[in-house]
Design a protein around this ligand. Sequence first.
Ligand code: UGA
Length: 448
Amino acid sequence: MQIAIVGTGYVGLVSGVCLAAKGHHVTCVDINPDIVTRLNEGRPHIYEKGLPELLSSVRSKGLFEAATDLEVALDKVDIVMLAVGTPSEDGVIDLRFVLEAARQIGAYIGSHDKHISVVVKSTVIPGTTDTVVRAAIEEASGKSFPSFGLGMNPEFLREGEAIEDFIEPDRIILGCEDARTRQRLETLYAPWSADKLHVNTRTAELIKYANNALLATQISAINEIANLAASLGGIDIMDVVRGVHLDKRWNPFAPDGSRVSPQILTYLVPGCGFGGSCFPKDVQAIRSLGEQLGLPMNMMNAVLDVNDSQPKQVLNIIEHDFPDVAGKSVLVLGLAFKPETDDVRESASLKIIDTLLAKGAKVAAHDPVASKNFKKALGASADEILFVDDWKRQIANVDVVIVATKWKQYETLSGIDLQGKLLFDARRMFAPTELTNAAYRSIGRRVA
Ligand code: UGA
């Protein structure tokens, strides 16, 4: 099929390249000519594992191009996907870019005798596609639905695993308001054998939020219990976690008697809180929507409250060893909100470092790829931090090492003599006995 995607951000570009990899002809449209030029030279403007290679491959087969001209792109297609940004404004989703794109497509629909399905891929609050987007297209085109099609096809991509998640998805949600759109989306996703669920667009929209909200809920729930364990003392929360993980409802037995160990268990490991561009924003958006509808949204409030204060736990526990961290030297390893990305949005490291600086600690920091973004996000206080490339060498100069992001290269810490250092493992990368000579501390585990 020929398809157009509006927006070459994370979702639009990964979706475009992966749809092309399955044999579709994709035009990704973006208003930024520099991005378009880069993409047409095979150089993605975002960091994602495997993306440069896949982009080169689909370009060499003539299956992918980037363009600035939406009208030319629409001439060739009968599906256009909206993958523009939906930033958060005080916890409320800002639909400005979605509406702008919908109006432009509406103008095209108004002046062409052609049926096009407009499929929203951006994460939008339930009811957006069948009300707001529909109205914007109707107004701009002067035509009423169903003289154009409406669909909603949420993405479930994890940064760092996005290509794999798209190529081998666990499910494909096809939200449709009309039969032609349903037919087109079925054809588009025919190369995939994953479970496909047909629903209306507002259900598709809520599936996306429910998915993220429930994962975020698990993280905050185990974090709250970890904080209880740390307050009690004499408990390592990981022993508690292991005990819970042996419940067969969390971790069923395979037919051969071994444990299945589903991936969901990794969201039940305590840490310094969730971050990124999705969980915090999506939980806030669903809370705001509920509140607008007059619901108390107690759960979502609690999930966010626990998460907001979770990075402070790192310092709370360190202060058992150093009641005053002023003047202490601290090395923070990992600045991205999770490994395999340079994304620092809502990264726990931002809050950890802010708190350390406020208490007068001397801070050095390392990340394999995210330091540049981190400096930008931290603003003026970035000048107070020593950003290092050789983190192993820096260890000799510090009192405390905090592992804040689970980058694989930090595993080598277990082979380094940490005599006299306090190692704070905020992501539970290590067993407490694994680190040579270090005083091991973590969320949910303080010195007795
Ligand atoms: C998340 C969802 O996992 C994707 O399914 C969804 O498509 C995406 O949001 C989105 O809405 O676009 P992402 O934000 O890339 O993806 O990151 P995750 O890998 O899920 O991590 C989110 C947070 O959960 C991170 O702060 C991470 O530290 C934490 N996490 C992640 C865990 O605590 N345990 C894990 O095993 C994985």
